[in-house]
Design a protein around this ligand. Structure first.
Ligand code: FDA
Length: 307
C-alpha cells in the first residue's frame, strides 16, 4: 500500500502543471523544511548552526537531469567553488553531487572530466566528495566513473552511494569492498520496477543490514544513512559486538528529518552527518521526500492553509 502511494506521488509530481505550481510556491509551502536555503549565504549560516552541536555536514547543491553542457559546466564550477567556501568559512562539511547534474546524460567522458575537476579540488582542499546514486539505468555508468576516479584520487577524497532496494547491490558492495571504497548505504528513493528492485519494504530493510554488515566486516568505511531507528539501533549493537572502530562508520540523515534523533546520537558521541541540500532546483528532491512519507504532504497542505 505504502509503496503504491509512493509511486503515485512520484508520478503525479512529474506532471508539468504540478511542477510549475509547486516550484513557484513550494519554499513557502514547506520545502524550506527540507532545503537549507536557495543561496550559499543562508546555507552557510545554517551549516554553522548544525556544526555547533557536533554534527557535521555534506552540502548538496541541488540540481539533476541537466541536458546542456553549459549548465553542467556551471554546476561543476559551483561544486569546485563550494570547497573554497567551506574552507574559508571554517565549516565542517564535505559535499555530495549527482552525476546527471554534471552531464552524465549528455556524454560520459564529458561528465568524467567534470567529476575529475571536482575530485581534484576535493583532494587539493583536503576534503571529500560523494557521488549520490540516481535511478537504476544510471547505476552501472555511475559505478564505472566512480571506480576510475577512486583509482586516481583514493578513498579519502571520493565515495559513492549504494541503494539496498536494488537486487544487484550485494554484488556491487562486495566488488567495491575489494577496492576499499567509502560507501554510503541508503534504501533508495526512486520509482523502480520489480525486475530490478525489491518491491517489499521488509526485503529492502533486510538487504540494508546485510550490506552494512558486509562492508564493515570488509574493513571499509560505511556511512549508515537512514532515519530508521530499528536499523540505527541494530548498527549500534553490531559495531559494539564486532569491535568495529569508531573511525570506520558514521550515521547520516537528511536535513529537516529526525533532527532530535540526529542531536541525540551526536550527544552520545556518534559521528552524525547531515545531508544538507541547498539551491534553487529543489523540486525533484522535495517530491522524493514527500513520496517517502505521505504524512509530509499533509504538512505541506497545512502550511498552505496557514498562510
Ligand atoms: P524509512 O523510509 O523506512 O523511514 C524510517 C523512518 O524515518 C520513518 O518511519 C520516518 O519516521 C522517518 N522518515 C523517513 N523519510 C522521511 C521523510 N521524508 N520525512 C519525514 N520522516 C521520514 N537515496 C538515493 O536513492 N540515492 C542517494 O544518493 C541518497 N542519498 C541519501 C543520503 C542521506 C544522508 C539519506 C539519509 C538518504 C539518502 N537517500 C538517497 C534517500 C534514501 O534512499 C531513502 O529514500 C530515505 O532515507 C528514507 O528512507 P529511510 O532509510 O530513512 O527509512
Amino acid at each position: 500500500m505504502m509503496s503504491l502511494l509512493r509511486k503515485a506521488i512520484l508520478t503525479v509530481s512529474a506532471n508539468p502543471l504540478i511542477t510549475r505550481f509547486v516550484s513557484k510556491y513550494g519554499m513557502k509551502l514547506g520545502a524550506s523544511r527540507f532545503v537549507a536555503g536557495e543561496n550559499m549565504t543562508d546555507t552557510i549560516q545554517t551549516a554553522k548552526e548544525i556544526n555547533q552541536d557536533s554534527r557535521v555536514l555534506t552540502l548538496d547543491l541541488l540540481g539533476e537531469s541537466v541536458y546542456t553542457k553549459e549548465k553542467a559546466r556551471s554546476a561543476t564550477q559551483s561544486a569546485v567553488e563550494s570547497f573554497d567556501v567551506i574552507a574559508e568559512e571554517g565549516v565542517n562539511s564535505n559535499i555530495s553531487v549527482k552525476l546527471t547534474q554534471l552531464g552524465l546524460d549528455i556524454d560520459y567522458d564529458f561528465c568524467l572530466e567534470n567529476m575529475d575537476r571536482v575530485t581534484a579540488k576535493a583532494k587539493e582542499t583536503g576534503n571529500f566528495v560523494r557521488i549520490d546514486m540516481e535511478d537504476s539505468p544510471r547505476v552501472e555508468k555511475t559505478i564505472d566513473l566512480f571506480t576510475t576516479l577512486l583509482g586516481k584520487y583514493g578513498k579519502e577524497h571520493i565515495g559513492l552511494v549504494i541503494q539496498s532496494y536494488l537486487y544487484r547491490s550485494e554484488e556491487d558492495v562486495k566488488r567495491l569492498g575489494e577496492l576499499g571504497a567509502n560507501l554510503r548505504i541508503v534504501k533508495g528513493a526512486y520509482k523502480e520496477p520489480k525486475e530490478v528492485a525489491f518491491p517489499e519494504k521488509r526485503d529492502v530493510d533486510k538487504a540494508y543490514r546485510k550490506l552494512v554488515e558486509i562492508h564493515l566486516k570488509n574493513g571499509c568505511y560505511t556511512a549508515v544513512a537512514t532515519h530508521d531507528e530499528a536499523i540505527i539501533d541494530w548498527t549500534k549493537s553490531f559495531v559494539k559486538k564486532n569491535g568495529i572502530p569508531d573511525n570506520l562508520y558514521e550515521f547520516q540523515m537528511l536535513y529537516g528529518i529526525r533532527t532530535a534523533l540526529q542531536k541525540e546520537l551526536a550527544a552520545e558521541g556518534y559521528k552524525v552527518r547531515v545531508y544538507t541540500p541547498y539551491g534553487k532546483d529543489w523540486y525533484p528532491y522535495f517530491t522524493r521526500r514527500i513520496a517517502e512519507r505521505p504524512a509530509n504532504a499533509l504538512f505541506v497542505l497545512k502550511s498552505f492553509f496557514q498562510r
